[in-house]
Design a protein around this ligand. Structure first.
Ligand SMILES: [Fe+2]
Length: 294
């Protein structure tokens, strides 16, 4: 079993590279770490690689990277993947600051790259935009959610944190309540990508900036039930849903099996469970139709 420790960066194809770079750079407050003709790498203000953009004819999330423990042997991991019927290859993709990667596809065709060596792409910089701390989670539509959840459990060692009904699953690979989530849908497609902000004040400041820049907030601010994060959602220039969040539930001890107690929990203690559709917010407005538009 692979057991990733954290998500690294997400790779997006985009038909308008300049427009996407302007969004991530000027609005989001990421730093352009490296730029090639049809490829741009962006880092957080802290200096961690967070987004790779490739020019293409469509907008699509094609790849996620995950950090594994530094003492992992890629040969051994490749053999374990092979036992699960997954073909992998060692690659030197010349990703800025990242060493060799072990690359394979998950059950729905998204490329997964495992890495263990990386370096910061800059020192902490002041940025004009929102300046999230990190990439928090990525959510996908998948046609066979049981198969996808099974793959992430059995092959990658993720744990189920919560379900909504039988069509939305939240999965963790570290104390964060979720790093990936899966939503039943006809095609494999990004559902949303989420970036962590420092705290509620940072989230409020991001709302003010969205107000100034006339970026509509299509859901929130609200406090979710699953994960209990405070969140807002908007769309980027490629029409993809982007979430800002803070105060996500933490499972600091897997053996205890409950999330760090918080005053907004209704369950005492808060353990992974199945939520009833329509009853998944602690407070806040329901999503707008614009949020649900696919
Ligand atoms: Fe989310």
């Amino acid at each position: 079993m692979i057991r990733p420790r954290r998500i690294g960066h997400a790779t997006f194809e985009t038909p308008d590279l300049d427009q996407a770079v302007a969004y991530y750079d000027k609005f989001m407050g990421f730093i352009v770490a490296e730029r090639e003709k049809d490829r741009v790498y962006l880092a957080t203000k802290i200096g961690q690689l967070v987004i790779q953009l490739n020019k293409s004819d469509r907008a699509h999330c094609i790849k996620l990277s995950f950090e594994v423990a530094p003492n992992c042997d890629f040969g051994e991991l490749a053999r374990e993947l092979a036992k699960d019927g997954v073909r992998s290859e060692l690659r030197n993709d010349s990703i800025p600051g990242v060493g060799q990667v072990l690359s394979f596809d998950d059950d729905k065709g998204t490329t997964i790259e495992l890495f263990k060596e990386w370096s910061y792409l800059g020192k902490h910089e002041q940025v004009a935009g929102i300046g999230p701390l990190k990439l928090g989670h990525v959510a996908f539509f998948t046609p066979d959610i049981q198969r996808t959840v099974g793959f992430y459990e059995k092959v990658l060692g993720f744990r189920v944190s919560d379900w909504i009904g039988d069509f939305f699953c939240f999965m963790r690979c570290n104390p964060d309540h979720h790093t990936v989530n899966f939503f039943t849908g006809p095609d494999v497609k990004l559902h949303h990508i989420a970036f962590e902000l420092k705290d509620f004040i940072h989230l409020q400041n991001s709302c003010e900036l969205m107000g100034q820049k006339k970026v509509p907030i299509i859901w929130g601010p609200l406090r979710h039930g699953p994960g209990h994060n405070v969140a807002t959602y908007h769309r980027n220039p490629d029409e993809q849903v982007v979430e800002f969040f803070c105060e996500l539930d933490q499972m600091k001890d897997e053996e205890l099996g409950y999330f760090e107690p918080r005053p907004w929990h209704h369950d005492t203690p808060q353990r992974p469970k199945r939520w009833t559709p329509g009853q998944t917010s602690v407070w806040g407005p329901p999503p707008t139709p614009e949020f649900h538009r696919t």
